[in-house]
Write a protein that binds this ligand. Sequence first.
Ligand code: TMP
Length: 206
Amino acid sequence: MSGRFIVFEGGEGAGKTTVAAAVGRRLAHLGHEVVLTREPGGTPAGERVRALLHENLVPWGEAFAFLVARAQIVHELIRPALERGATVLCDRFAASTMAYQGHARGLDMATLRAANMAATGGLEPELTIWLDLDPAVGLARKLGEAESIRTGLEAVAFHERVRDGYRRLMEEAAPGRWVRINAAQPLVEVEMRAWEAISGTRPRGG
Ligand code: TMP
């Protein structure tokens, strides 16, 4: 596969979607084929999973729902795009499951890791950009939005655990694979830091 796979992670209201879109416009402007997508979503089945999350799912039900969406998006969208050399920018990926369902919700990490591996076929992003923000600030931003996915309405304590989960995932990551950006900065600064991280990363095989 010759394309680049870059993932944006972070808690609620951190600005992942906006920053990914800005980076995508910049890459497209330079002539790259850019596939901008999100999880859960990116495929018809994935979008239906997003709707399913409004149901009162039990914790493993919720985890498997995210994994359904992940298996589909990897197979239908991400791998084909990487194979034709596109840059894939994905708003959330496997790390979200480890941070939310694992660290925050308390589901067994080893099982989640194995399930992620099955869903992705071992595909990992070359770079994960973590937009880190105080959950109280992020939730205040988010709750202004119409969307109210179950996890978005939960207590700040849950989202503190999510943040701690991301911290640990970054510590465990191989050097250069994770970048933390302070998402409390003005958006233009956050976008600039993300751009630096992406343009400073050597393309796979390049
Ligand atoms: P968002 O992409 O708009 O932030 O909404 C997705 C919500 O789903 C968000 O609350 C995080 C949550 N989520 C998980 O809990 N686990 C996952 O694996 C993924 C992809 C998302």
